[in-house]
Design a protein around this ligand. Structure first.
Ligand SMILES: Nc1ncnc2c1ncn2[C@@H]1O[C@H](COP(=O)(O)OP(=O)(O)O)[C@@H](O)[C@H]1O
Ligand SMILES: [Mg+2]
Length: 233
């Protein structure tokens, strides 16, 4: 059994009289420690499945198995515990708390779990040793995203979910952030899932899940992922 298994998952949204099918019979697997990319155009249903994997939303039918547990059967209390203890989330627009420093933003996450990493150590790992006591407004976009990654990984989550993590960043800064995410998988052994519409990023992944019109169109396993320094867009 794979570490993550999505089996025949459906998600529909009701919009007035019409129904939108955001995920239609989605199935894929992801192995522990992989860097996976979910690739597809805007509206393909990528964020929907990422939110479901993170326990921030639930599917209508189908299984969502994480490390042997089907979270689609969880009640809201179980889902809260799952989100809190087992998932790290990185968003396009960082979502930092503006009146807390980098360290305090990371503590916000590390304080709620038992086996958290030391916030300062994690900030050092993402290259922010000199920015520990700065507020988000004093940081560049790339630095803010690195604080957000530190906040997500300080909990030592089972899975690190990233929704368009480079979407608001310039080219070089985006590459730095991708390098940190790839290192999280390669060095720390984290299971990292990145959602993107940018096909140029796909070659860095161990696995690419291609989505179109709410469906999974293809899953490719890449035995020789490219170095981030070697990709261009
Ligand atoms: N909360 C919601 N209510 C209604 N429709 C939604 C909601 N979330 C997403 N959708 C719709 O579901 C489809 C897939 O959305 P999404 O998963 O956000 O796509 P992507 O992340 O690939 O751009 C889109 O048509 C979107 O408008
Ligand atoms: Mg999206």
């Amino acid at each position: 059994m794979s570490y993550i298994e999505v089996v025949n998952s459906y998600k529909r949204y009701q919009m007035g009289d019409s129904e939108i099918v955001a995920n239609e019979n989605i199935s894929f697997e992801i192995e522990k420690g992989e860097l996976s990319i979910i690739l597809g155009a805007s509206g393909a249903g990528k964020s929907t499945i990422l939110n479901i994997l993170g326990g921030m939303d639930s599917n209508d039918s189908g299984k969502i198995i994480i490390d042997g547990n089907d979270i689609s059967n969880y009640n809201s209390k179980q889902l809260t515990k799952y989100r809190r203890e087992e998932v790290g989330f990185v968003f396009q627009f960082y979502n930092l708390v503006p009146n807390l420093t980098s360290k305090e933003n990371v503590e916000l996450a590390s304080e709620i779990v038992k086996n958290a990493s030391d916030p300062v150590t994690v900030l050092q790992e993402v290259g922010l040793a000199e920015r520990i006591n700065n507020f988000p407004a004093q940081l560049s976009g790339g630095e803010q995203q690195r604080v957000a990654i530190a906040r997500a990984v300080a909990k030592n989550p089972k899975i690190l979910l990233c929704d368009e993590p480079t979407g608001a960043l310039d080219y070089q800064t985006g590459k730095q952030v991708l390098q940190i995410l790839q290192d999280m998988s390669r060095i720390q052994g984290a299971t990292v899932i990145i959602v993107t519409h940018n096909a140029a990023i796909a070659p860095i992944a161990d696995r690419v899940i291609r989505m179109r019109d709410a469906k999974v169109k293809a899953v490719e396993v890449n035995h020789n992922p490219q170095k981030i320094a070697d990709i261009e867009w």
